[in-house]
Design a protein around this ligand. Structure first.
Ligand code: GLN
Length: 180
């Protein structure tokens, strides 16, 4: 999706792949596996350091779990970056996957069709965190804290690139020279 928007998006598999990035996306998948690989390949401190120095980061689904400060589950050990508590598999198993039309703050036009696959939900939001989208029952499913974005759903699956554009705008905003 990001390449489709004309932006270079190399895959990050090893620590050396983190060099020179303007932003990082932690995708969906399985958060326990992602965290295990981050630790096996000794990338946890590098990722946390880069984000704390201001590199924009976006976690989708499992990626949201990885970025959270706290989980209702006892594993995995998240990166403690975004001040939220997250509950994994909050809607049940794979067969309980669903789609919903969401109003997302910062996205103009029609509601965003969001695909939830064994998705997490945000159970607690810290003071500095903005909720960008909620389910009809009020539960937060998209949040932003500074230049860190997290979505419980998979915005890459519908062909609608508006959440990707939102993240790229965060990245270019950070890159723009600050007035002195
Ligand atoms: N249930 C997965 C987890 O706990 C997330 C699923 C997904 O990324 N679609 O990590």
């Amino acid at each position: 999706m990001i390449q489709g928007l004309g932006v270079d998006a190399p895959e990050v598999r090893l620590g050396k792949d983190l060099e020179g990035l303007d932003g990082l996306v932690i995708p969906g998948g399985e958060s326990t596996t992602i965290v295990q690989l981050l630790d096996i390949f000794d990338m946890r401190n590098t990722v946390v350091g880069l984000v704390q120095e201001g590199m924009p980061v976006w976690g989708t689904c499992a990626g949201m779990i990885v970025l959270a400060d706290r989980l209702t589950d006892h594993r995995p050990e998240p990166l403690h970056l975004i001040d939220i508590e997250v509950s994994r598999n909050a809607f049940g198993s794979q067969v309980d996957s669903f789609e919903a039309d969401l109003e997302v703050d910062g996205i103009d036009g029609t509601p965003f069709r969001a695909v939830f696959i064994r998705a997490p939900v945000v159970t607690t939001v810290g003071r500095g965190v903005n909720v960008l989208a909620r389910l009809p029952d009020g539960r937060p499913v998209a949040v932003r804290e500074n230049d860190m974005l997290a979505t419980a759903f998979h915005p890459e699956l519908t062909g609608d690139s508006r959440v990707h554009e939102l993240f790229l705008n965060i990245v270019t905003g950070v890159k723009e020279p600050q007035p002195s």
